[in-house]
Design a protein around this ligand. Sequence first.
Ligand SMILES: *Cc1c(COP(=O)(O)O)cnc(C)c1O
Length: 366
Amino acid sequence: MTWSPLLNPPEFPAPEYDRLGSRLGAVLETANDVVVVPGEAIVALEAVATDLGAPGYPVLNVVTSPYGKLFGQWLESSGSSVLNLFSTPGLPVTIADIEEAVDRFSPRAIAIVHGEAASGIVNPLAEIAGFARSRGLLTIVDAVASVGAEPLPVDDWGLDIVVIGPQKALLGPAGISAVAVSQTGWAALAANAAPRADLSSVSLVDIKRDWLDSDRSVIPGTPAPLELWALDAALARFEAIGLQESINAHQTAKRAVRAMVRSLGLELWAADDDASALTTTVVVPVGIDPRDLARTARGSFGALVSTGVGPGAERLVRVNHTAVAASFGSVAANVVGLLAALRRHGFAGPDRGALDAVVAAYAAAP
Ligand SMILES: *Cc1c(COP(=O)(O)O)cnc(C)c1O
């Protein structure tokens, strides 16, 4: 018999489970309810769409990746009419496009992904939230790939429903997720009058009933204790670093990688303000196959470089600077690895300055 710490994990205490909600709320800078969903973030997203979607509840759904597309499909399955607003592939949506679509479609809500790891962009969420508020529209945000790396002051921005997962910048487990819900958000989720089963695994309303509105002595739905312990540990690690410090580390990593790419005369895919702090996407020079480049960077130099994902990302490679990879050592190693791989594939850009750019970005960091 092999002993393993993963076997027979101790039960996760209900008071600690209750504290997870407020600890996650602190990460999101919100006093709203935060419910823990016993499934990966994609389950939480489906739960939101399933509760919210209903005939007579039109939603403007911004699509900047496959996640957004799926969200629109779930809403439609629940009876909503959905206007999918597609950005230029691989690029953020513009506020002008959103305004035009809202005027044309008169939705009750806007759904959007905040940061996109696949293409390395962030959508202009603060502006969109301000616009949504001015029109009385509910906001639903997939912040899985932005929480902990991008500023996300949920209450300041007045976001109603925000879905997060710990598995990206929080460096936590992938099998559990959370949703912050405002009072307006709860009202919208609960308004769906369709006939339903006594309990659904994809319903935040049921989690609210069975946990938030209970005496909170029994954790509902028997979530896997290993996931809860892992979330607890991920939050403890994150709290030790600090929210602002984590955001700063990701923003510095972003600046450093972008400075290095520029110094080589290469093209960055996203503009500074549109760029994700988790990954930097680089347009691969003509004549080099992005897949070969990523393979060499990874295989020969151990650099966290992969190809872009999805429409618009075919000519891109991504440098990952998420969580522990947002550290100086990791960023330095990854950009040098990318440069070495570029050279091996015949890239003949400037010889000097690349590392100076990284050093300068870190020397000037907060
Ligand atoms: C990673 C990610 C998710 C979650 O996907 P999982 O399959 O649960 O890991 C959702 N939305 C976005 C934008 C993501 O980057």
